[in-house]
Design a protein around this ligand. Structure first.
Ligand SMILES: Cc1ncc(COP(=O)(O)O)c(C=O)c1O
Length: 406
């Protein structure tokens, strides 16, 4: 068998992260993968998560199998924290998944099996794994415009393209802090999307991976909740990787909303059947942590406060980069960056610029211009700004070799 194996393509993001790991230059800067780093450059375990782990270690008596839907307290807590109101909660069914990726795949499989031949629309550009996940589930993928040539939200293009989405199609929308662009639709555009979905009968499929890291936890969920209130059916893939810092505990949730409880009666079993042939039951540890945190008022408040500190750090990193780019004569780039939010930004740079950053300054982002704003220690921002200004050839930029690695 193995002699038949031809070299498969490596994952470009993990390959780039490995290239960074092998770079001997001490000034190297890793802005590739989407993890939060504190001012010291560490990705810490959140204090509320640590406290929940201590409680779990003290009280958990068994590691017996869970049911196919995972941890029921986790599922209940996720539905109520994401949806917020009894009206929406009463229309939802959820099962625990293997992180956000697992939720996306499970819901895509659910759509493909329920309605074979389903088309799903994704943004252009999209999160790098959206198309592979959706195609692997057998869905047909089409794209809608998202950014204009200037790197700003192309809301007219988005509504024009989604005007072609048909009844029963899925439209994948990121609920907040769009990866990779950092650009979210305005409130008016979300309203217009709800009008379109209602009129044309397509089903919004929301990917929530960064709520709490944009405008605030409740504010980041506003668009999802408003849309859910307007449409009869909605799918939501939720990740706990970023806002609980549970990256390697692989914790997430697939939520399906229907017009009534009766309409949902077969949903949980259908989702369970898909999970059964993939991994059977999801891992317990992260879900137990989240259920413990969300189930205790004081711990939940402590977690929200920590999340807010993370959010403020990301916001201030971006503001600092914007100010420094302006000061170095990169006003256009600064203005575009200032409109973005969340963990990622897409720099309005070409692939050659990004390669130049990597080659000359050991600054690693993707060739599409994506950088992880949450991955920079504050004292490295001047270096990043100088590197960007240098590859752009900005008049006020220091020349290569004159940068302060800080
Ligand atoms: C938009 C988006 N959706 C989903 C995911 C998947 O996250 P998880 O690590 O929970 O699988 C990511 C991860 O980066 C993401 O950026």
């Amino acid at each position: 068998m193995l002699e038949l194996l031809t070299p498969p393509p490596a994952d470009p993001l993990f390959e780039l992260a490995a290239e960074y790991g092998a770079d001997p230059r001490p000034e190297r800067l890793n802005l590739v993968l989407g993890v939060y780093r504190d001012p010291t450059g560490a990705t810490p375990v959140m204090a509320a998560v640590r406290e929940a782990e201590i409680r779990l270690a003290a009280h958990s008596a068994s590691k017996e199998y869970r049911g196919l839907s995972g941890n029921p307290a986790f599922n209940r807590a996720m539905v109520s924290s994401v949806l917020g109101t009894d009206d929406l909660i009463g229309r939802a069914t959820a099962i625990q998944t293997v992180a956000g990726t697992g939720a996306l795949r499970l819901l895509a499989e659910f759509a493909a099996r329920t309605r074979p031949g389903t088309t799903v629309w994704i943004s252009d550009p999209a999160y790098v794994n959206h198309r592979p996940i959706l195609e692997a589930a057998g869905l047909e993928v089409r794209t809608y415009a998202y950014l204009d040539a200037e790197g700003r939200a192309d809301e007219a293009g988005m509504l024009r393209d989604l005007g072609e989405a048909r009844r029963g199609d899925l439209v994948l929308l990121q609920g907040c802090c769009h990866n990779p662009t950092g650009v979210d639709p305005s409130a008016e555009t979300w309203d217009a999307l709800a009008d379109l979905a209602e009129r044309h009968g397509w089903v919004p499929f929301i990917d929530l991976a960064y709520h709490g890291l944009g405008d605030g936890f409740e504010a980041d969920l506003h668009a999802t909740r408003a849309l859910a209130a307007r449409v009869p059916e909605l799918l939501i893939a939720v990740s706990c990787s970023k806002n609980f810092g549970l990256y390697n505990d692989r914790t997430g949730c697939a939520i399906v909303l229907g017009p009534s409880r009766h309409a949902l009666r077969h949903v949980e079993t259908a989702l369970q059947n898909i999970a059964r042939t993939l991994y059977s039951m999801p891992p317990e540890h992260g879900a137990a942590i989240v259920a413990t945190v969300l189930g205790d008022d004081a711990l939940r408040a402590a977690w929200r406060a920590e999340l807010e500190v993370m959010r403020e750090r990301i916001t201030s990193n971006r503001a600092d980069l914007v100010a420094r780019l302006s000061a170095l004569g990169c006003g256009r780039e600064a203005e575009i960056l200032a409109q973005q939010k969340g963990m990622f930004s897409t720099l309005p740079l070409t692939g050659d610029h990004m390669l130049g950053l990597r080659r000359e300054f050991a600054i690693y982002g993707t060739t599409s211009g994506r950088i992880n704003i949450a991955g920079i220690s504050g004292h490295r921002i001047p270096y990043l700004a100088q590197g960007i200004a240098a590859v752009l050839g900005a008049a006020d930029a220091p020349r290569t070799g004159q940068l302060t690695p800080s």
